[in-house]
Design a protein around this ligand. Structure first.
Ligand code: ATP
Ligand code: MG
Length: 274
C-alpha cells in the first residue's frame, strides 16, 4: 500500500492482537482509521503501528490530519470506523472508566494545549500529579522540581504563563506532559514558534528524557531539522492516510516522491494544497 523499510511487514497485514491483551508487544496501533467532520472526510483509512520505545515523527502538510490522529490515539475523538489499539486494547471497546485509566499512561503536549493561565509554572506541572495520584506535596515537589530542572525552568516556578516566553511555555508544557512518567508521549509540534537554537535545545531535552525514561514517543513537527534529529521512524501523512513510513535513515535518503517533495518544500509533486 505504501513503501516499507527494512523489509517490514505492511502494518495492514499485522497479526491480530494476541488474546492475552499484550498485543504482541505493541504499544499503539491505529488501523484503517476513518473520520469525518460533517461532510469533510479527514481520516481516510490511516494505518500505523508505533514502534515501542522508539521516537516516531509524523510529518505532513497543514490540515492533513496529524492533530486529529493524536486526538484519536488519546481517546478524545472516536473513529467513524477503524480501531485504535493501545497496550493491546481497542480503546473504544472498553468501558469509559478503563479508557480514562489508559489515558493516564499518556503524556500529551497538544499544539494549542497552553498552560492553565491561572496557575504558575510550578502548579501547572504539579497538576497531573495532584489530579491522578495521592502523593504528598513533598513527593510532588521532588518530581516537579526534577522535571523543571531538566527543561531549565527552575528559576521560573513562580511565574504565570503570561510572564514567560513562548519557548518557556513549550518547555513547561513539556515538563507537565512528562510528569507522570508516561509510557506513551504525544507531542504536537513541540517546536512551533521557537527559534532554531531553542528548537535544537528542546530536541536535546526530548532525546535526553527519552534516553532516561524510555517510552514510545510520537512527535508531530513541521521542522525537518527536528525530524532529522529526534526520529527513529518517520511517517508522512497526506489527506488522512500514511503515504510513507520508514526508518529515519532510510526516510531521509528516500527517493519516494512524497518524501522528496516534503523534505525539499517543493511546490511541484504529489502533495497538493487540497
Ligand atoms: N473538531 C473538529 N471539527 C471540525 N473539523 C475539524 C476538527 N478537528 C479538525 N478538523 C479539521 O480536520 C482537518 C485536519 O485537522 P488537523 O488539526 O488534524 O490538521 P493538522 O495536520 O494537524 O494541521 P497543522 O499542521 O496545521 O496543525 C482540518 O481541515 C481541520 O479543520
Ligand atoms: Mg496540527
Amino acid at each position: 500500500m505504501y513503501p516499507q523499510s527494512r523489509g517490514e511487514q505492511s502494518t495492514q497485514e499485522l497479526p491480530a492482537v494476541s488474546a492475552n491483551g499484550s498485543g504482541d508487544g505493541s504499544v499503539a496501533i491505529v488501523r484503517d482509521l476513518h473520520k469525518s467532520f460533517g461532510s469533510f472526510q479527514v481520516m481516510r483509512g490511516l494505518t500505523l503501528e508505533f514502534k515501542p520505545q522508539a521516537i516516531t515523527t509524523i510529518l505532513g502538510p497543514s490540515g492533513t490530519g496529524k492533530s486529529v490522529l493524536l486526538k484519536h490515539m488519546v481517546g478524545l475523538l472516536e473513529p467513524d470506523s477503524g480501531t485504535v489499539e493501545v497496550f493491546g486494547q481497542d480503546i473504544w471497546k472498553i468501558h469509559e472508566r478503563k479508557r480514562a485509566e489508559l489515558r493516564k499512561r499518556f503524556g500529551v503536549l497538544f499544539q494549542d494545549g497552553a498552560l492553565f493561565g491561572s496557575m504558575n509554572v510550578y502548579d501547572n506541572v504539579a497538576f497531573p500529579l495532584r489530579k491522578h495520584t495521592d502523593m504528598s506535596e513533598a513527593e510532588i515537589r521532588e518530581i516537579v522540581m526534577e522535571r523543571l530542572k531538566e527543561v531549565g525552568l527552575e528559576a521560573a516556578v513562580k511565574k504565570a504563563p503570561n510572564e514567560i516566553s513562548g519557548g518557556m511555555k513549550k518547555r513547561a508544557g513539556f515538563a507537565r506532559a512528562l510528569v507522570l512518567n508516561p509510557e506513551i508521549v504525544l507531542f504536537d509540534e513541540p517546536d512551533s514558534g521557537l527559534d532554531p537554537v531553542r528548537t535544537s535545545l528542546l530536541n536535546d531535552v526530548i532525546l535526553k528524557v527519552h534516553d532516561d525514561d524510555k517510552g514510545t514517543y510520537v512527535v508531530v513537527t513541521h521542522d525537518i531539522r527536528t525530524a532529522r534529529k529526534v526520529s527513529d521512524y518517520v511517517g508522512l501523512i497526506w489527506q488522512g492516510r500514511v503515504v510513507y513510513y520508514g526508518a529515519a535513515d532510510e526516510a531521509f535518503s528516500s527517493d519516494d516522491p512524497f518524501v522528496r517533495q516534503f523534505l525539499s518544500g517543493d511546490s511541484v509533486g504529489p502533495l497538493g494544497m487540497d
